[in-house]
Write a protein that binds this ligand. Structure first.
Ligand SMILES: Nc1ncnc2c1ncn2[C@@H]1O[C@H](COP(=O)(O)OP(=O)(O)OP(=O)(O)O)[C@@H](O)[C@H]1O
Length: 284
């Protein structure tokens, strides 16, 4: 069995690098007498086209701040983000974001079809083409029959499927997900995790997935980036060497799964204590 291995420091980006984060730092300015908050000190990593990378870290370590900087919603204080070699200065056309709060991200007065089609309409896609793309995206997430339904008629898990359909209908190169399943029950969460793996495999999209859940990060990811506590750096860049075909029962029962999730758990405990040294590889 292979050791737990970490990525080399990303000094030389491979030619297939899609997203490149270099020395990214973010300090929120203080207001009304409060001190400035250095949320992120310096984060560097690369994501290759087609990877599924999970990001975990202690609460408040800056995961959302990082995603906002990656997606052009927030300007970093230092460093840069590049997508396909172009510096990200505003939300890029090639990126779609799925947030935790599906209830607030869907318009209750629009049907499922119109919610999913809205970004395409804004982009000027003609109605006929739009309908085809929307239908295919909803079929991909198992909601092919829900075109004329309204979000409030659906369960939380189904609403999050609609949000995922809207993101993939937009045909992004990078799908960014910020704790998307934190608000659903365990069984729905497992189904949605499998949906993300399937969408990733079917569409070849690059996925960046932020989660609080260590097991989820190992189950989903090809890599797990473990962030330190604030002010944040990348504490570890871990390769998940589990088989590509995963399922909730047999993958989670693998000894390797247990080794990897224990390793990430220990790293996060270290991060919480402010210990930034890496852990040794797990025993063979
Ligand atoms: N707009 C803001 N102004 C000032 N400080 C902020 C702002 N947004 C976030 N912070 C601070 O930056 C740090 C990182 O916050 P962030 O929400 O990015 O972390 P997180 O890892 O996503 O948190 P959680 O795990 O709780 O979801 C925290 O100390 C937070 O209080």
């Amino acid at each position: 069995m292979a050791d737990i291995s970490t990525h080399e420091k990303p000094t030389e980006a491979p030619s297939t690098t899609l997203l490149s984060v270099r020395d990214l730092g973010k300090t929120y300015p203080g207001s009304a007498g409060s001190d400035a908050v250095e949320a992120i000190r310096s984060i560097s990593f690369d994501v290759r086209a087609g990877e599924l990378v999970c990001i975990v870290g202690p609460s408040g370590c800056g995961k959302t701040t990082l995603l906002k900087c990656l997606s052009g919603l927030l300007a970093p204080t230092t460093g840069s983000v590049a997508l396909d070699g172009e510096t990200v200065l505003a939300p890029p056309r090639k990126m779609a974001v799925v947030f935790q709060e599906y209830g607030r991200s869907l318009y209750p007065w629009l049907s499922v079809r119109d919610n999913v089609g809205l970004p395409l309409k804004s982009r000027g896609m003609p109605r006929g083409e739009r309908d085809d793309v929307v239908r295919a995206a909803l079929e991909e997430v198992g909601l092919g029959q829900a075109l004329t339904t309204f979000p409030w008629q659906l369960s939380g898990g189904m609403q999050q499927r609609v949000a995922i359909a809207r993101a993939i209908a937009y045909q992004p190169e990078v799908l960014v997900m910020d704790e998307p399943f934190a608000a659903v029950d365990a069984q729905t969460r497992a189904d949605l995790e499998d949906l993300v793996r399937r969408v990733w495999q079917d569409l070849g999209v690059t996925v960046l997935f932020v989660t609080h859940d260590i097991d989820e990060s190992v189950y989903l990811g090809e890599r797990v980036l473990v962030l330190s506590s604030s002010p944040t750096v990348v504490q570890e860049d871990l390769v998940v060497d589990l088989p590509a075909e995963r399922d909730q029962i047999s993958t989670r029962a693998l000894p390797r799964f247990t080794e990897l999730r224990t390793h990430v758990h220990q790293q996060i405990q270290r991060a919480k204590r402010g210990d930034r040294t890496g852990l040794p590889a797990t025993p063979r």
